[in-house]
Design a protein around this ligand. Structure first.
Ligand SMILES: C[S@@+](CC[C@H](N)C(=O)[O-])C[C@H]1O[C@@H](n2cnc3c(N)ncnc32)[C@H](O)[C@@H]1O
Length: 220
C-alpha cells in the first residue's frame, strides 16, 4: 500500500457551487446538536488533566494513529499536545505501544463536532491547532461533511491559535481558504513537502509522488 496511493478524484469541478451559501448559513446560525455522552465523558476527564498540566495546549485534530501527535509533542515541548480522533481502532494502534508517563501528549477518542464546541465553552485556546489530512469527502454531495462545510466550522475557528491544515486535495484547502475569508481571517496556501513525514497519510501520499498542500492561518 505504501507508495501506491491514488490521488483524490471528484465529480466536482473546482470550488463547490454551494460553498458560500452553506458556509454563510453556518456562520449565521448556532449549531445546537446535543453532545454525545462519550465525548462529554472524555472531555470532563481531560479537563482535569489540562488543569493539572497548566501548559499551553496544542490540538492535533483527526490524529488517526497519533503518529503526528508524538511528533508535535517534540516540536512543542512546552505544551500539552492533545491528539483526537473518533476511531478507537486507529487510536488503539498507537496506544498498544504508548506509555503516557513522562510524555507531554495524550490521545483521546472524541467526535470533534462535539469536542470543539466543548473546548470553546470551557474557554480553551490552543496555541496551535493542526488538522492533518482530514477526510476529503470529494463527492460533490458530501460538501457538508468537509470541515469548512460543517455546522461546527465557526466553533473550530473561534478556538483561535495558529491553524494548520494539510491535504493532498488542493480543492479542499482552496474551499477552506474561501470559508476562512468569509469568517474574516487571512490565510496562506502553499505546496508542501516534508523530508520527514509526520503522519501515516503524509508518508503514504508522499511515497506515491502526490503533491501535498498546506493552509495556515493565525486565528487569534
Ligand atoms: C484521512 S485520516 C488522517 C489521519 C491522520 N491525520 C494521518 O494523516 O495519518 C482522517 C481521520 O479523521 C478522523 N475523523 C473524521 N471525522 C472525525 C470526527 N468527527 N471526529 C474525530 N475524528 C474524525 C478519522 O477517524 C480519521 O482517522
Amino acid at each position: 500500500m505504501e507508495g501506491n496511493s491514488r490521488s483524490v478524484s471528484s465529480n466536482q469541478q473546482g470550488i463547490h457551487e454551494n460553498l458560500r451559501k452553506v458556509v454563510q448559513r453556518h456562520l449565521d446560525e448556532p449549531f445546537q446538536k446535543p453532545y454525545q455522552q462519550h465525548t462529554l465523558d472524555a472531555f470532563h476527564q481531560l479537563e482535569k488533566q489540562v488543569e493539572a498540566a497548566g501548559r499551553p495546549l496544542v490540538f492535533d485534530s483527526c490524529c488517526g494513529t497519533g503518529v503526528s501527535t508524538a511528533a508535535l509533542a517534540e516540536l512543542h515541548p512546552e505544551a500539552l499536545v492533545i491528539g483526537m480522533d473518533k476511531s478507537a481502532h486507529r487510536l488503539t494502534k498507537h496506544q498498544a505501544h504508548f506509555d503516557q508517563a513522562g510524555q507531554n501528549y495524550l490521545l483521546l477518542q472524541v467526535d470533534l463536532n462535539d469536542f470543539w464546541r466543548l473546548a470553546l465553552e470551557a474557554g480553551w485556546q490552543p496555541s496551535h491547532h493542526y488538522v492533518l489530512y482530514p477526510n476529503p469527502w470529494p463527492k460533490s454531495r458530501h460538501l457538508q461533511r468537509r470541515w469548512h462545510g460543517s455546522a461546527v466550522f465557526p466553533y473550530m475557528l473561534k478556538l483561535g491559535g495558529k491553524l494548520e491544515l494539510r491535504s493532498n486535495w488542493a480543492t479542499y484547502l482552496e474551499e477552506f481558504q474561501i470559508a476562512l475569508t468569509m469568517a474574516g481571517y487571512n490565510s496562506e496556501l502553499n505546496s508542501y513537502q516534508s523530508d520527514k513525514p509526520i503522519t501515516a497519510f503524509e508518508r503514504k501520499y508522499q511515497n506515491s509522488g502526490q503533491q501535498l498542500w498546506q493552509l495556515q492561518s493565525h486565528l487569534s
